[in-house]
Design a protein around this ligand. Structure first.
Ligand code: DC
Length: 220
């Protein structure tokens, strides 16, 4: 059995921040699995392959090497030897990641890679299918969510802090398209595992969400 911690939920719910802080407090690693799908979307863009082209994206993936390393608390994502972390946050790559992640061959390869990483140590893994597919046996499953307006607001602040100028309504629309795509894809959709604990961060601070999760994991 794996005792890593699974954190799933929709875009912008605060999963990454929660996962990172939780891992730091517990002295374990964290893995942002969305970054791996984003790296593949970047690779498709660079090669002029449509995100929905299963054969084309599948062929790219066969030869792609996607790895991560950590600098302080930050995960860096490496695509074929290049640190692409900074290139993964645009809205185009967000949507691309959501689209390539619908492809069964992509999901199977990514899940296997993530499982392999998680089995090297105790991790906090965050994504969309960690509790349902990547680590179905872990006893620690959480589904972190928030209202779509709150998620769009947070995403706007995040992009603005990176110097990107963004329109709130455009972000909200993109989030809703991504939610629809992620929850309605036919293969391994975003879904709360039956045995996951729901953490709604609409009115909870990140620190409070982390405290709640820790109390459960540590049996307090
Ligand atoms: O967590 P994120 O927003 O960086 O993820 C980008 C996209 O990748 C998301 O819209 C769906 C996909 N994804 C997935 O299908 N499964 C995961 N475990 C992580 C991300």
């Amino acid at each position: 059995m794996n005792n890593s911690i699974a954190i799933d939920g929709p875009a912008g719910a605060g999963k990454s921040t929660v996962a990172k802080l939780l891992a730091k407090q517990m002295g374990i690693h964290y893995l942002n699995t969305g970054a791996m799908y984003r790296a593949l979307a970047l690779l498709a863009t660079r090669n002029g392959i449509a995100f929905s082209d299963e054969q084309g994206v599948g062929a790219l993936l066969v030869n792609a090497v996607i790895t991560v390393f950590y600098q302080g608390d930050e995960q860096h994502t490496v695509l074929n030897g290049e640190d692409v972390t900074e290139l993964l946050l645009s809205e185009q790559i967000s949507m691309g990641a959501s689209t390539v992640s619908k492809l069964p061959c992509v999901r199977d390869t990514m899940a296997a890679l993530q499982r392999k990483i998680a089995h090297t140590d105790q991790f906090v893994l965050e994504g969309r299918d960690i509790g349902t597919n990547v680590l179905p046996d872990t006893p620690y499953k959480f589904f972190v969510t928030a209202s779509s307006s709150e998620r769009a607001k947070r995403r706007q602040l995040q992009l603005e802090s990176l110097g990107q100028s963004v329109d709130y309504n455009a972000i909200l629309k993109d989030l809703e398209i991504r939610d629809k795509q992620d929850t309605e894809r036919s293969y391994m959709p975003l879904k709360m595992a039956d045995d996951a604990v729901l953490i709604d961060t609409t009115t909870l601070s990140i620190a409070e969400a982390v405290q709640k999760i820790r109390a459960i994991v540590e049996g307090r």
